[in-house]
Structures are given as C-alpha cells and as structure tokens.
Write a protein that binds this ligand. Structure first.
Ligand code: ZN
Length: 131
C-alpha cells in the first residue's frame, strides 16, 4: 500500500491523479488490480474524461447545484453536510485492472480525486493486487 498526497486548491474541484497512480505500479507486475481509496468523508474518487477540462467543471457544477451548500437545510453540526452527501454520491474508491504492467484505462479516461470541502491536504491509498 502506498499513499498519494493530494493538495486541493478550491472548495470543490476534481484533481487528476492518473500519472501519480500509474507511477506506483510495482516493477515486474504484469496483471492484477489497482485499488484507489480515499479515507476522507468529504471527498471522492472517480474515473472520467481527461481530454476536455469542461467535463470536470461540468461535473463539479452539477454536484454543487444538486447538493447546495445550505447549512440551514441540514442538521450536522459541522455545517458541511453537502460535502458528506457529495462524497457518498461519488463514492470513496475505484478499482482498475492492470494488464501488461499498465492501468487499463480508455483513451479519454483519467482518475480523479474529487474535493468537496477544500482546500485541504488529502491522502489517497493505492493498493496493487497481483494476479
Ligand atoms: Zn462534517
């Protein structure tokens, strides 16, 4: 298991961590699985398009509009229920196959850390399981 540190710069954003995760594939590993897991309750992990940056900004915009930051609407004492809800909607982990020593990602796919209560320093756990 390895940890990737992610520094987010906005209250809500998607950070491409594809390069960092790819660089961690163990030397000599051919086939298996890569698990990307966030321990945070106000962030998520997803896979989506990394060609047009408007896709990520549209997703961030959609999530902000779907779950508005409205402290009066929720009971949680920290006032950040919107971030907790978005985190659960997006999910905390992704599993990606590894084939011939490479992550099996489509041409336009990237791995994203999704921040919903930033800016903060975050940690993403990366585990490889060899076949
Ligand atoms: Zn909270």
């Amino acid at each position: 298991m390895t940890i990737v540190n992610v520094t987010t710069r906005s209250h809500s954003e998607m950070v491409d961590i594809t390069r960092e995760v790819s660089a961690l594939i163990p030397k000599g590993m051919q086939d298996g699985l890569c698990c990307i897991y966030s321990m945070h309750t106000t962030a998520g992990i997803t896979i989506n398009e990394n060609a047009d940056p408007d896709v990520c900004s549209d997703i961030v915009k959609f999530m902000e509009k779907s779950v508005p930051w409205d402290e009066a609407m929720f009971r949680h004492y920290e006032g950040n229920s919107a971030a907790h809800i978005k985190s659960s909607l997006m999910g905390f982990s992704q599993m990606i196959p590894v084939s011939n020593g490479k992550l099996v990602l489509g041409t336009w796919q990237g791995i994203y850390f999704c921040e919903y209560d930033g800016p903060r320093s975050r940690k993403v756990h990366i585990t490889f399981l060899e076949e």
